[in-house]
Write a protein that binds this ligand. Structure first.
Ligand SMILES: NC(=O)C1=CN([C@@H]2O[C@H](COP(=O)(O)OP(=O)(O)OC[C@H]3O[C@@H](n4cnc5c(N)ncnc54)[C@H](O)[C@@H]3O)[C@@H](O)[C@H]2O)[C@@H](O)CC1
Ligand SMILES: Nc1ncnc2c1ncn2[C@@H]1O[C@H](COP(=O)(O)OP(=O)(O)O)[C@@H](O)[C@H]1O
Ligand SMILES: [K+]
Length: 497
């Protein structure tokens, strides 16, 4: 499991380590610089001409120290200082004094022509790190543009300069790195797009922040790795029966969208729940009986009276441990009446997906209740909170927070899950998942885990992680274009413990 920091938290970790615990800032910096120099040595050739472009803060100081180490190892390095050196941090002054004593080539943008950039074959970007606090304009913007135009490999120190370390947005302009060496903890801005794209491959370097500093900051955002799956996935027990693994009610599939019911119901079974019952339109009966005979079925049609539906639902809702409502449900009067009955349930987990979220957007009542788990993609979220998609994209975590005290799975290329104070950023998966039906599968997977008594935050985050893993496994020997929602279901048995 990885803990993820935003810019504020990363600064706090620096502060506690240096001021409270007493590790000298220059000691941390030396280790940061060593990590950068070591990686650059793996990437650059001895014949390369390395340009280290440095701002006036401690990110710049890291760059100067890394360049000094590279020079000691025989690399040709030039430091290009950008910004007003009168404002240089204390550490930057120390690092500059050292390289001047070593008579290394230190230039400033006052006497460095942009045409000279052509001579350099490798760049270290140490302009801004977590201290970037506003849009980049003027001279800084021009130099960043010039570095990007060089089209040479760039390694960014801590964060690509110009990327907001918290939400991954470009603050005006940003360096496009091949790799980013980040210190101590992953920063959320390196995971969210477009930051993730600008950062390239992200390497995490341990520079000696004490564990107690990390603990004191109490990072609330996590992300999983493969080795977490075995620890987190609920175990099966020898002395058990289907009742031990929970019952899921799936309310899904309208007249022309039966596949969604199948995807969600089978996904719940794949996660190991004991029984799945599906309420769906009559049209989907034969398909479900054939493709998923393990599922119990209750069907309705246009003529089914509202009272009949209501009676049927009352019994089935009582039967279920978890309810998943919405995939392919449509927004017909029957769908609405099913949805409205289900959201009255307050005691068991209710997963609301797709059309259930669209129906929720038309309600004036607050749907963000404690027992609800919502799984909107950005467009559905936009309808739900009446905020444009482009605005939500600028800060997924901030908008996901609005769904509290419900649990939310805000789906994007980097899905986030928020529940109470717990936050998760998903790093698994790829564009193979960008195809109809993927979301229906995820909804069923979450319901299946909930039925196995996994608490909502873990169920939602672990299902999201596993959903992504299926795509990673799939593309190992197949084209990412050819993955179907059914392939996610087929891959699950190969990745679950
Ligand atoms: N001793 C420490 O505190 C450590 C710091 N570390 C490095 O230090 C970095 C953070 O250093 P700082 O806090 O000095 O911050 P930065 O070096 O990231 O940048 C701060 C400087 O940039 C200026 N600035 C911010 N936004 C600007 C904009 N849009 N246009 C022009 N100027 C702008 C600020 O006024 C300040 O002078 C980390 O990312 C990391 O690389 C690491 O060496 C670990 C130890
Ligand atoms: N480019 C991508 N990278 C990673 N995951 C993706 C990408 N595109 C889509 N996904 C995932 O696929 C799923 C799509 O869900 P959704 O849009 O609800 O699909 P549908 O409505 O077709 O079932 C989400 O879990 C999302 O995170
Ligand atoms: K940087």
């Amino acid at each position: 499991m990885q803990y993820i920091a935003n810019a504020k938290e990363a600064k706090k970790i620096d502060g506690i380590s240096i001021e409270q615990i007493g590790i000298p800032s220059l000691v941390l910096m030396e280790r940061a610089a060593l990590a950068v120099a070591k990686r650059v040595e793996e990437l650059a050739k001895k014949e390369d001409s390395v340009l280290i472009i440095c701002g006036v803060g401690n990110n710049g100081a890291d760059g100067v120290a890394a360049g000094r180490m590279l020079s000691e190892h025989g690399y040709r390095v030039t430091f290009l200082l950008l910004g007003n050196m009168q404002k240089a941090s204390e550490e930057m002054r120390v690092q500059l004094a050292i390289v001047k004593n070593l008579a290394l080539s230190v230039r400033t943008t006052d006497d460095f022509l942009k045409e000279e950039l052509e001579q350099y074959t490798f760049v270290i970007d140490a302009i801004f790190g977590i201290g970037l606090s506003r849009e980049i304009t003027g001279k800084y913007a021009q130099w960043i543009q010039a570095v990007n135009a060089m089209q040479k490999p760039v390694v960014s120190v801590d964060v690509p300069s110009g990327i907001d370390a918290t939400n991954g947005q470009v603050l005006g302009i940003a360096i496009r790195a091949k790799e980013t060496i980040t210190f101590g903890t992953l920063k959320s801005g390196l995971l969210f797009f477009p930051g993730a794209k600008y950062a390239g491959v992200v390497q995490l370097a341990d520079i000696g922040f004490p564990k107690s500093a990390l603990k004191e900051v109490c990072l609330q955002t996590i992300s999983y790795d493969r080795e977490d799956v075995k620890k987190l996935f609920p175990q099966r027990i020898p002395y058990s029966n289907k009742g031990s693994y929970g019952k899921v009610l799936v309310i899904a599939g309208s007249k022309n969208m039966g596949g969604a019911a199948y995807f969600a119901a089978r996904a719940a079974y794949e996660m190991g729940c004991g029984l799945v019952k599906v309420i769906t339109h009559q049209n989907n009966r034969d398909m479900l009986l054939e493709k998923l005979p393990e599922a119990l079925l209750e069907c309705y049609h246009e003529e089914t009276k509202e009272e009949e539906i209501s009676d049927m639902l009352t019994d089935v809702v009582q039967w279920a441990d978890v309810i998943a409502c919405g995939p392919g449900l449509g927004t017909s009067p029957t769908a609405r009446s099913l949805f409205e009955t289900v959201i009255k349930e307050e005691n068991k987990p209710v997963v609301l997906d797709a059309d259930a979220i669209n129906l929720a957007s038309t309600l004036s009542d607050n749907i963000f209740q404690k027992n609800k788990i919502l799984t909107p993609h950005l467009k559905e979220m936009s309808r739900l909170i009446e905020t444009p998609v482009a605005t939500i994209q600028t800060d997924l975590m901030h908008y996901a927070d609005m769904a509290k005290p419900a649990t939310i799975v805000l789906k994007d290329a980097r899905t986030v899950v928020v529940s109470d104070e717990k936050r998760y950023i998903n790093r698994s998966g790829n564009h193979a998942l960008a195809k109809g039906g993927s979301g229906d599968v995820l909804c069923g997977m979450i319901a299946g885990l909930l039925a196995r008594k996994t608490e909502p935050f873990l169920a939602a985050s672990l299902a999201t992680y596993l959903h992504g893993l299926t795509a990673e496994e799939y593309v190992k020997n197949r084209s990412s274009s050819s993955m179907f929602a059914s392939d996610i279901l087929d891959m699950l048995s190969t990745i679950l413990p």
